[in-house]
Structure formats: C-alpha cells, structure tokens
Design a protein around this ligand. Structure first.
Ligand code: TXA
Ligand code: MG
Length: 305
C-alpha cells in the first residue's frame, strides 16, 4: 500500500515497520531506538538475528556522539561519498545502540542516504535502521512493486519510484588499523584509493566481524549458470550489443559497456525470471572483474550459490 511521507513518519514514530526508498534499494525501516519495532523487521524478513542492521541518518554530525573515537579517514570518506551509497562500520559506545540493532557487536554500520524522500523522512523520525526490503536470501527490491510482491499489497511503502542505483551500498569496515571492504556495492572499490592511499581489500572476515557474508543472498528460485561460453544455453541473460545463439530465449539487461545500467536492472531481471517461471538460466559473464562489474559478479556468484 503506497503511503505519504507524513503517514510513513507517523507509522514509524508509533513503532511500525515501513518500506522506504533509498538511492540503492528499498529498505525495511524502523526507529533504531525502539527495540520492539526493530525485532519486527527480523520477523517480517525472516532474517537471522546474528545479522546486524545499518543505521540511516540525515547528517554525518549525528554519528559522532555514538563514536568514542573517530577512525582515520572517516571524515574524508564522509565528505566525499555522503549523502550516498556508502556504509561505514565503526566501533561505537554499545550502550547507545540497542543490542538487537548491532546483533551484539561492538560496532555499528552507518549510512547517510541521498534519496530526497528518505532525507525528509529522517528529519521527522530520527535515525532509522533498515535492511534491504526483501525476504531474507532473495533478490533485493529496486521498485515498490518488488516490496509488495515480497510482503503483500497492504504492506506500507513510501513510494520513491525506481531506486537510482538498483544495488546496495558499498560497505567499508574499520578493523582498528585499516579500512577493509565488507561488501562490494554501488561505488567501485577503486574510488576509495585516492582518499585512503590504498584500495581496500575485500575482507576475509570471520563471522564475528562480518556476519552478513555467511548467509544466503540475492537468490532467485531459478538455477543460475555463470558462463563465458553460451553455446547450447536455452535461456540467456546477456547484453543488448552481443549476438547469442538463435535458438535461445534472451533476456537483455543493457549494453556490455554500461555496468551502471546493468546493476540498475539486476534485481528486476532476477525477479522477472522467477515470475516467468524460468527454471534455469545462463548469465553471460564475459566481463572484466573490475570497477562496478566486480559488484555484478559478486552478486551473481552469491545468487547462483
Ligand atoms: O544499500 C544498502 O546498504 C541498503 C539500503 C536499504 O540502505 N541496506 C542493506 O542492508 O543492504 P542489508 O541489511 O541488506 O545489508 C547490510 C549488510 C549486512 O550484510 C550486514 O551483515 C552488514 O551490512 N552489517 C551491518 N552491520 C554490520 C556491522 N556492525 N559489522 C559488519 N557488518 C555489518
Ligand atoms: Mg540485504
């Protein structure tokens, strides 16, 4: 059910859960300071309780009171990428954030989203925690229709249209010494190099530091094959500027020089495959493992797992 900004703010302030738009994907939001409301998110999504949530705020200044010590480069990363699709995980004062939000960890993930509706909403509600608005393990939601398909037509959705990026934020975790990548996302990792002086490595994390890496993600019901050679494939997800075998069914998600466009259509395409009842699909993975293509490859590997 599509609701107005005022309705979304009232529901959230009363302790309800509401789907909200961001520039990356839709989120399933609750006020961070109402633990019983946060509990509802885990139930609705069927999310493992050990998987912590990102806190969304309307300005960076509001993060400082939670953080006893500002990690190096925190402010330069914030100035460069916020508001926008970056999440920073930092050590916090655990007494200031309910345990259910951070899954008992002594750290917290923060993000300042740029979507204008959610910016306005955050001014009316204060900080909101929000995981992606999808059933746990399934493709994320880049359109309000995706949220309704997962949670039902009466679920309250603040309609912000199609999410601009269509893929989740990049996550950087401060490990006490350096920043490491907790998740590839809408910002290519190479972009962090000029600020940090090094390109952050993808963290080979243990469960205690990045629990999210250990759960099933983004997966459609269809079986995905990630291939460079597509001879004999019955159904192909591929690029509009390439030729594929005549006999195959083709689903085209954009040009092979446009990773942003392909990521924008990623979750809608995976969801359509299921809606059309396709059981097995071959994805053209003849792409370089760099920049935003690496984000696509990472999502597909998890989705195919
Ligand atoms: O773009 C996004 O980030 C979207 C929008 C709605 O903001 N949110 C999102 O949330 O993708 P979620 O919950 O689907 O993914 C957040 C990831 C999870 O893998 C979680 O494990 C990780 O962030 N995370 C959250 N808090 C963490 C922490 N304290 N330490 C390490 N990883 C954390
Ligand atoms: Mg998610």
């Amino acid at each position: 059910m599509r609701i107005s900004l005022q309705e979304a703010a009232s529901l959230l302030n009363l302790g309800d859960v509401v789907a909200i738009p961001t520039e990356t994907v839709y989120g399933l939001a609750a006020r961070f300071d109402l633990p019983e409301s946060v509990e509802k998110i885990f139930k609705i999504k069927n999310r493992p309780r050990q998987n912590p949530l990102i806190m969304h705020l309307d300005s960076c200044e509001k993060i400082f009171p939670f953080m006893p010590k500002e990690p190096p480069h925190f402010s330069s990363l914030a100035n460069e990428f916020w508001p926008g699709p970056l999440t920073l995980v930092v050590p916090i004062d655990p007494q200031m954030i309910p345990e259910v939000v951070r899954a008992g960890l002594p750290t917290q993930a923060f993000r300042i989203p740029s979507h204008h509706l959610t910016q306005e909403l955050l001014r009316l509600t204060g900080p909101l925690v929000a995981p992606s608005a999808n059933l746990s393990g399934r493709p994320s939601s880049s359109l309000p229709e995706h949220v309704e398909s997962d949670f039902g037509a009466v679920f309250p959705v603040l309609d912000g249209g199609a999410c601009q990026k269509g893929v989740e934020s990049s996550i950087l975790i401060f490990d006490g010494e350096k920043w490491v990548l907790g998740r590839l996302g809408a910002i290519p990792s190479e972009a962090f190099g000029s600020i940090l002086g090094y390109v952050p490595a993808l963290s080979i994390c243990d469960k205690a530091v990045c629990p999210g890496q250990f759960f099933r993600h983004y997966a459609p019901k269809a079986k995905l094959h990630l291939e460079k050679n597509l001879e004999g494939a019955k159904c192909i997800i591929g690029f509009s500027d390439r030729n594929y075998p005549m006999s195959s069914q083709k689903i085209l998600w954009g040009a092979s020089n446009d990773p942003e466009g392909v990521l924008f259509r990623l979750y809608d395409t995976l969801r359509k495959v299921d809606l059309e009842g396709i059981e097995e699909v071959w994805v053209d993975c003849d792409i370089p493992d760099e920049g935003l293509w690496s984000t696509l490859i990472e999502r597909l590997k998890k989705a195919a797992h």
